[in-house]
Design a protein around this ligand. Sequence first.
Ligand SMILES: [Zn+2]
Length: 287
Amino acid sequence: MVTSSTGSGLLPARSTRPGQPRLVLHLLAPLAGALSRAGTALLALAVPVECPGCGAVDVRLCRRCAADLVAPAVRVPVALAAPAWACAAYQGAASRCVVAWKDRGRLDLTPALGAALGRAVAAALLATTAGPLPAGAVLLVPVPSSAAARRGRGADVTAALARAAARELRHQGLHVRVRAVLQQQRRVADQAGLGAAARRGNLSGALGVRRARSSGLPGARVVLVDDVITTGATAAEACRALAEAGAVVAAVAAACWTPRRRHPGTCSPGTISSPWPSPADEGRVLD
Ligand SMILES: [Zn+2]
């Protein structure tokens, strides 16, 4: 309903011939529709879209790649203080989607990846909760990106992912809220080329809780969320920081998880492997 600026009724303000604007709009409507369609077509020509997973043209995310992302959630074989869950294996189409989303400006993929993360969170909560889920809100805490990464991407994409997952979960009736309480405390060295022990040392104390946002955190039930779980080194540091602030980290959840190539016997989800494997870690989290 459109009201006039004078609040006197439904007709446009300052109209001395009330029927004329409606007539003009009625006559212009088909033209406006045609121009809009032409504009969309021109935009598609100027900025062609394709599925980042398979390269299919004129589709932002094809059904098959979308289905790959929202795979059934699995327990990820990483050793953490809390169980880790994720959906898609970080390979093939799923990995290409994440890279396009995170580093190539395809932020329109946030809902699809958020759905995958939401499924992982739901599976984690169901697996770690005996009986009905608690009545109080579960806090989804995103792993923080560095300020440089946020500037480069124009957004805190992991926090956006957490919000998209929360929307999905609320549609399912789960009481969740996003609390971006973590921050990077100090700069860390590039993780590339570091062994497992060196990575732990590099990340030790790197994350902390923002004091201004820490109210209500002691005793709160938390799920740490991220886009990809690799070795879990960053997740472990985040869990440490949250536990230090008094939060109860019930689970870690991610949209994707990285099968570990150097430990073929531990690639299958659903088991807990030895701690701190040595393959490349998600140093990207503190990128
Ligand atoms: Zn595709």
